[in-house]
Every structure is written in structure tokens, then in C-alpha cells.
Write a protein that binds this ligand. Structure first.
Ligand code: SAM
Length: 162
């Protein structure tokens, strides 16, 4: 059967996003790359926030966004969806380029301010790091999301999954 070109390849989930410009940038990317988005509440801003809407522009109306009221609600949905939870974390040891991504994976990014808590690290099926120069702490969350989503999509297409 040919691949379904209308179906999202991956889900990009934002854990309690706190910077509206970054969330808007990520959601714009989701629209452009046919990724489904998930927002795990509470977010640090309303969807009416002008910085969020400015960064997402008119692309926001083209994204399939699922809003989950809590981590527990997201986990219930995630278990039903069957997708693997792949956490991007500065505390991980496995480089994202050494991981085999699959169709339906859920890429999860943490808060710009504080990353993701231990509970979220423990729930993930895999924890991936983007190796940085020594003494550099972290990337902007939207940059990290774009790098890993790009690699995941490259692998998925290369392996004929989409
Ligand atoms: C600004 S960082 C969070 C910084 C926080 N102090 C920490 O170390 O978790 C925001 C999010 O971007 C992603 N991120 C940033 N740099 C990363 C890296 N080098 N490897 C993996 N994920 C990264 C992670 O999802 C992280 O939770």
C-alpha cells in the first residue's frame, strides 16, 4: 500500500511551553513539515498572546494541535496512540544522530527555562541529546526541535516509511 501523504509523520510535543515566540516558531515548523503538535499545559501564555501569534503567523491555522490539560492527560493519550515518547534533553547521553526514528514517534521538548522534570525523563522511551561544545549549556528549544525533527524525517523518508 502506498504511504498516506496526508497523515502526519511525527508528533512534536511541547512540555509546558513558557516562551510564546518559541512555541509559535515550533508550530509554524509543524505546519510546514506536516508534523502534528501537542501542547502539554499549563503553558506560560494564552493562545491569544501576540508574540505567539506573531511567531506562528497564519501558519497556526494549518497545524493539527492537540492541547492536553496536564502531563497525566497527555500520557493517557500517548499510551492510546502507541507512539514512542522521545525526549530531547540536555541531560541525556545518547546523541540524536545515533537513534533510529520511526513513523509515529512523539518528539518531546522541555521548557525553555527548566527543561523537563525527572518524571518526564523516566516516562520517555528514549532520551536524546544534541551534543554541544564543552561549556555550552543548551540550544534554544525551537532550534533543538528543528534539528531533531529534521533528522527524524530524513531517516523516515530514507527508510521508505513515508
Ligand atoms: C533551553 S533548553 C532547557 C534548559 C534547561 N536548563 C535544561 O538544561 O534542561 C529547552 C529545551 O530545549 C531542548 N534542548 C536544548 N538544547 C538541547 C540539547 N543540546 N540536546 C537536547 N535537547 C536540547 C530540550 O528539550 C530542553 O528541555
Amino acid at each position: 500500500m502506498p504511504p498516506d501523504h496526508a497523515a502526519p509523520l511525527l508528533t512534536l510535543a511541547l512540555y509546558q511551553p513558557d516562551i510564546p515566540q518559541n512555541a509559535g516558531t515550533i508550530l509554524r515548523m509543524c505546519a510546514c513539515l506536516r508534523l502534528r503538535a501537542a501542547i502539554i499545559e499549563p503553558a506560560g501564555f494564552p493562545v491569544s498572546d501576540r508574540h505567539f501569534r506573531r511567531a506562528g503567523m497564519d501558519y497556526l491555522s494549518h497545524v493539527d494541535i492537540a492541547r492536553h490539560s496536564s502531563w497525566a492527560a497527555f500520557e493517557t493519550w500517548r499510551r492510546e496512540s502507541g507512539g514512542r515518547l522521545i525526549l530531547l534533553s540536555t541531560k541525556a547521553s545518547l546523541a540524536y544522530t545515533s537513534f533510529s526514528f520511526a513513523l509515529g514517534d512523539i518528539l518531546l521538548v522541555g521548557r525553555e527555562s527548566a527543561g523537563a522534570p525527572e518524571e518526564v525523563h523516566a516516562a520517555a522511551d528514549a532520551r536524546l541529546v544534541i551534543p554541544l561544545e564543552t561549556s555550552m549549556r543548551s540550544l534554544n528549544v525551537a532550534v533543538a526541535a528543528a534539528m531533531v525533527a529534521g533528522e527524524a524525517m530524513r531517516q523516515i523518508r530514507l527508510n521508505g516509511m513515508a
